[in-house]
Design a protein around this ligand. Structure first.
Ligand code: F0G
Length: 433
């Protein structure tokens, strides 16, 4: 517990960037659902069993078997987390003059594409950009727009992010994934599958013909439509660290493994310890448990529905791993270039010790050419760590959000006084206006 005065001082020290606030000064940490879940007893047992042989460990075999059960791609390349898989893949496939479409790139994906000189292009369906629209699959890609891009531009790979994190944790339907596959023709399709299990659960709940299909079969069907994947095992696979890159193409796999050895490690551990691979192998089995998924998605919805009832604008329908507050709608007096999302995130911390993250103009407003413009939306994400908080914690979050929303007119924007060339949201320094 901290007092409001302590948090005011903490914000000064942190230059109003919540990434600079030490964890112990946060009461409820909804910064991310990445690596913040509680591991199960079986995962902890796996840690004890970790085989730390440098090459070809038993833990690697168990990890590979568990991944292949759901994602049977030819080649599996382990990495320390998702962005390492992205870095390797885009180093092999990116480059200036190329365009890489996605339903919506997440921050590190976009940055890794742009770092190679390629263009990261978002092609969500129009409903995805309307926070109040209740389309059941707002993660879908605009297939007609994709066809135009494929006809006109040099596209080495098409990506689809399951679920669409930047767009509100929204799922992609199997029908859309199939249509994207068909549009791609010979161009490889990769899935960014961090939240594959939540996506599969939404398919089961919302898509015709899937109500009686077991979640693992839905996952395998999604995988069968792709040529490869990137994965952060810190999300649905319930790891605290880990990730992988997988694909069917032999030459691309060889090139990727050579890059892997340069920075991550030998191809049978990549960036993970043997014990990490054990935890992920077990986490993958738990992630597709339907009772767990029902609890997971329902508890996120519980928070979103309460905020919606209180008249706080949130992205609807509520996403899988997080509730996204529409800060632009809640704070119409703060223009996007004064960062309404950052203003709201700072207020939630100051008033209640809750840490969230801005997903808006701070994260996506600065372009590689140095220009700045408002992002498509200014959202504040309340990400729910897996199996970590209780309903009473969430009830407290609801009370704090209601309190802050009732004082919305008093909040002011911020300006950035210092920022790095890429991924500025992690380290930028702000001053309140
Ligand atoms: N792709 C998506 C859709 C993500 O959400 C993330 C991470 C990554 C890739 C990169 O994975 O962190 O293991 O390197 N998202 C976290 C978040 C950080 O807070 O949503 P990573």
């Amino acid at each position: 517990m901290t007092t409001r005065q302590e948090r005011v001082e903490e914000l000064e020290r942190a230059a109003h960037n919540l990434f600079n606030v030490p964890g112990p000064r946060v009461l409820i940490d909804l910064l991310t659902d990445s690596g913040t879940g509680a591991m199960s007893s079986e995962q902890w047992a796996g840690l004890q069993r970790g085989d730390e042989s440098y090459a070809g460990s038993a833990s690697w075999e168990r990890f590979r078997e568990s991944v292949r059960e759901l994602f049977p791609f030819e080649h599996l390349i382990p990495t320390h987390q998702g962005r390492a898989a992205e870095k390797i893949l885009f180093s092999a496939l990116g480059g200036s003059g190329k365009t890489i479409p996605n339903n919506t790139h997440f921050d590190t994906t976009r940055a890794n594409v742009e770092f190679t000189g390629a263009e990261a292009l978002d092609l969500p369906i129009p409903e995805a950009l309307v926070p109040s629209s209740r389309h059941p699959f707002k993660g879908n890609m605009d297939v007609e727009a994709l066809r135009r891009v494929l006809a006109e531009l040099d596209v080495p790979v098409v990506f689809v992010t399951l679920t669409n994190n930047s767009g509100g944790g929204q799922p992609v339907s199997m029908q859309n994934l199939r249509a994207v596959r068909e549009a791609c023709g010979d161009v490889p399709l990769f899935i960014d599958a961090c939240r594959f299990a939540e996506n599969a659960w939404f398919v089961k709940l919302r898509e015709d013909g899937y109500a009686d299909v077991p979640v693992p079969d839905i996952v395998r069907e999604m995988a069968s439509l792709a040529d490869g994947m990137t994965m952060s095992a810190k999300k649905d696979p319930l790891g605290n660290i880990g990730g992988w890159l997988a694909m069917n193409d032999d030459a691309l796999a060889e090139q990727s493994r050579n890059l892997l050895i340069l920075t991550e490690g030998f191809p049978t551990y990549g960036g993970m310890a043997g014990r990490d691979m054990e935890a992920v192998a077990q986490g993958l089995r738990e992630a597709i448990d339907e009772d767990y998924l029902r609890y997971r998605v329902r508890s996120t919805e519980y928070l979103g529905e309460a905020l919606d009832r209180a008249g706080i604008p949130v992205v609807l329908p509520v996403g899988g791993h997080a509730v996204y507050i529409d800060a632009r709608a809640l704070l119409p007096h703060i223009p996007p270039l004064e960062y309404p999302g950052q203003a709201l995130a700072v207020a939630l911390y100051r008033e209640g010790g809750i840490r969230s993250s801005e997903i808006g103009t701070v994260m996506f407003g600065r372009h590689p050419d140095g220009s700045e413009e408002p992002a498509a939306m200014d959202l504040v994400r309340l990400a729910i760590p897996r199996r970590t908080y209780t309903q009473s914690h969430v009830d407290y979050v609801i009370e704090v959000c209601e309190h802050v929303a009732s004082h919305a007119a008093e909040l002011r924007g911020l300006r950035i006084v210092e920022e790095p060339p890429a991924l500025r949201h992690f380290t930028a320094r702000f001053e309140p206006l």
